[in-house]
Design a protein around this ligand. Structure first.
Ligand SMILES: *Cc1c(COP(=O)(O)O)cnc(C)c1O
Length: 436
């Protein structure tokens, strides 16, 4: 993940759904000050228009002059699993990429069709496999022979067939693509490239399995297209080889991972990137293969923000601190990865601009949201932490007994609570004292 870029900070441009007008930030048609007043802080705010715009950008790439390609979009739920967010994508025609039984339950709760669900994850429990097979998901993305055997056994128990795909670790050479050096050689994920054919042969011997596809996912927050093309080439070579051996695959799942602009980045646009990839597959003569895409971050990351109120300005010996009411438990990415989020003052102020570290109230030095930010603020002002729609709320916790923030979805001039703010009493509602 990116290190902290220097001041002056690059501006985050081209945001959909959030804009500054006459020195005041808005979510669609509503001033952020009004939302803070009404719903309190810290507060996650999503723009419905931004979700729809990002999805439409993927959809556009699914059409050519000749018509609709056999390509579909499965939203990676772990990026933002709020039911209202998932339901927006369902209404738009998305399927879902799931990595736990909990996410599967969420998808079923909003009435997603089982045929629109793929179930992935390196450590699926027997319970989760049973749950996925009983629901009748489109495919289980499998990562080891041991897992294949487990799925086969459970399918036999349930007297059903199990549709499976193998997740390939395409081992794209990170050295040739230095922008994406994280995540590619991560051995926890996928089946080593040279083991894949052997593993398919083993799968073909297991009576309850239907081999339906092949998948890969080469990382996250990737801002270059070339490593995807390399990975696709390697995976397609396997598809060709398998066909020669009589193992005919129906789909190719290319995973997610397209990066977004947090400020310093310059990722390719969704439509352009996706078109390049789909054209690449088609050009190699694989037009019959159905393509699955599993974007998470690029669908929701810039469709959400976190707003927070300034509690205190504190002028230390060598640094100025802007202490706010949001913390690492609300947005973990800075503490976890050193990730950069743009931070803006919600209302332009006459205050003197100073360079601050924006920090939360949690008792950890790692509890910061932004470092060395030039801000003109005073206590009680509001700040907006941008690009917080992906891996924001879903990674939040109750550390320091902090109730999790509320989530709001804005649609034009209307705002809807899509998750109520937690109460402190809810935090210990499942805790019990020892008997006297
Ligand atoms: C996390 C994940 C995704 C989504 O990744 P993004 O970077 O959010 O697009 C897609 N597929 C799999 C298998 C994943 O683990």
């Amino acid at each position: 993940m990116s290190s902290q870029p220097p001041n002056p900070l690059p501006a985050l441009t081209n945001l959909v759904g959030f804009s500054e007008r006459n020195g005041c930030w808005f979510a669609e048609e509503i001033p952020l000050t009004q939302l803070a007043e009404q719903f309190g802080t810290p507060l996650y705010i999503y723009s419905k228009r931004a979700l729809e715009t990002a999805f439409a950008a993927y959809e556009r790439a699914c059409f050519t002059l000749k018509g609709k390609r056999r390509a579909s979009i499965f939203f990676a739920v772990k990026a933002n699993s709020n039911l209202a967010v998932m339901n927006c994508f369902k209404e738009l025609g998305a399927g879902f990429d799931l990595v736990s039984g909990g996410e599967l339950d969420r998808a079923l709760t909003i009435g997603a069709k089982p045929s629109s669900l793929v179930f992935a994850g390196v450590g699926k429990s027997a319970t989760e496999i049973r749950q996925a097979l009983t629901a009748g998901v489109k495919c289980l993305n499998v990562e080891s022979i041991a897992e294949l055997e487990q799925i086969n056994r459970i399918a036999r128990e349930l007297s059903c067939r199990a549709p499976i795909s193998l997740r390939v670790n395409p081992d794209v050479d990170a050295l040739t693509h230095p922008y994406i050096s994280t995540g590619l050689k991560d051995n926890k994920f996928g089946i080593a490239y040279h083991e894949v054919l052997k593993t398919y042969r083993e799968a073909a011997l297991l009576a309850q399995l239907d081999i339906v596809g092949i998948d890969c996912h080469i990382g996250s927050q990737i801002t270059a297209t070339a490593p995807y093309l390399d990975a696709i080439d390697k995976v397609l070579d396997l598809v060709t080889q398998l066909k020669k051996e009589g193992i005919i695959l129906r789909h190719l799942d290319l995973g997610g991972g397209l990066g977004i602009d947090y400020g310093p980045e310059d990722p390719p646009a969704i439509t352009e990137f996706t078109t390049t990839i789909l054209d690449h597959v088609a050009a190699r003569g694989f037009e019959d293969l159905e393509i699955l895409l599993e974007p998470g971050r690029s669908l929701v990351g810039n469709a959400g923000i976190l707003i927070t109120r300034v509690e205190y300005l504190k002028h230390g010996a060598s640094k100025n601190f802007c202490v706010v009411d949001a913390a690492m438990n609300d947005l973990m990415r800075p503490a976890l990865y050193g990730a950069y989020h743009s931070i803006v003052a919600v209302q332009q102020q006459a205050a003197e601009p100073l360079t601050y570290d924006v920090v939360g109230p949690v008792c950890e030095s790692g509890d910061w949201l932004g470092k060395d930010r030039l801000l003109a603020v005073k206590a009680t002002d509001l700040l907006a932490i941008l690009s917080a729609g992906a891996y924001g709320f879903t990674m939040s916790s109750n550390y320091n007994s902090r109730p999790r923030a509320a989530e709001i979805m804005v649609d034009g001039d209307r705002a809807f609570v899509i998750r109520e703010r937690e109460t402190v009493a809810e935090l210990w509602s499942k805790e019990r004292l020892l008997p006297k």
